[in-house]
Design a protein around this ligand. Structure first.
Ligand SMILES: Nc1ncnc2c1ncn2[C@@H]1O[C@H](COP(=O)(O)OP(=O)(O)OP(=O)(O)O)[C@@H](O)[C@H]1O
Ligand SMILES: [Mg+2]
Length: 180
């Protein structure tokens, strides 16, 4: 049996995390969870009131995600989750005690992000949030398990890049996609 892998699809808002992560999970037959669904109630209320979260708010959330990953790791199963994980310190919390974590950073230039975010319906985001997210983003460092993939191609291409990296770095092979 191969060791479990927890793929954390990271990147700024609008980079395509959810779109890509859902498909990676489907292709591999792995459990998926949306990182944002694990915020404690206090954070949800704060966000609803339009107050930005600070790092102290994020800590219990990141710990909850790390616990979610740890449960799967201990059960020997692999999974996929989304989490913007913009700072190294956030990623350190997700990795703490978990050896299965593999980050995939979906890297999209600002101009492409702006276009996507403004054309997206049902998910309002002020352009200033994008600017602040890009300013906060700390790219993956050499000692962090994971890869950065270009996110400018269509979603299928991004999924293909992630699957190729998982095959190369984690020995994971996805079955061929069903004919469409
Ligand atoms: N590779 C892609 N090419 C073109 N459009 C894409 C691509 N990936 C995602 N999109 C579109 O861009 C928008 C943002 O994608 P998505 O919601 O997956 O991003 P996200 O990173 O999960 O954002 P958030 O952090 O706000 O949840 C959506 O309208 C989606 O359909
Ligand atoms: Mg998302």
């Amino acid at each position: 049996m191969t060791r479990p892998t927890a793929v954390v699809v990271m990147g700024v808002s609008g980079s395509g995390k959810t779109t890509v992560a859902v498909d990676v999970a489907r292709r591999l037959g792995w459990e998926f969870t949306e990182g944002d669904d694990h915020h404690p109630t206090a954070n949800v209320e704060k966000m609803r009131a339009g107050t930005p979260l600070d790092d102290a708010d994020r800590e219990p959330w990141l710990r909850a995600l790390a616990a979610w990953i740890a449960e799967r790791e201990q059960a020997g199963t692999s999974c996929v989750l989304t989490c913007s994980a913009l700072k190294r310190s956030y990623r350190d919390l997700l990795r703490r005690g978990n050896t299965s974590v593999f980050f995939t950073h979906v890297d999209v230039p600002e101009a492409v992000l702006t276009e996507r975010v403004t054309s997206r319906t049902g998910h309002y985001m002020p352009p200033s949030l994008l600017t602040s997210q890009l300013a906060t983003l700390e790219p993956l460092q050499d000692d962090e398990a994971g890869i950065t993939v270009p996110g400018t191609g269509d979603a299928e291409e991004v999924v293909g890049s992630i699957l190729a990296a998982l095959s190369r770095d984690r020995g994971v092979t996805a079955p061929p996609p069903p004919p469409s």
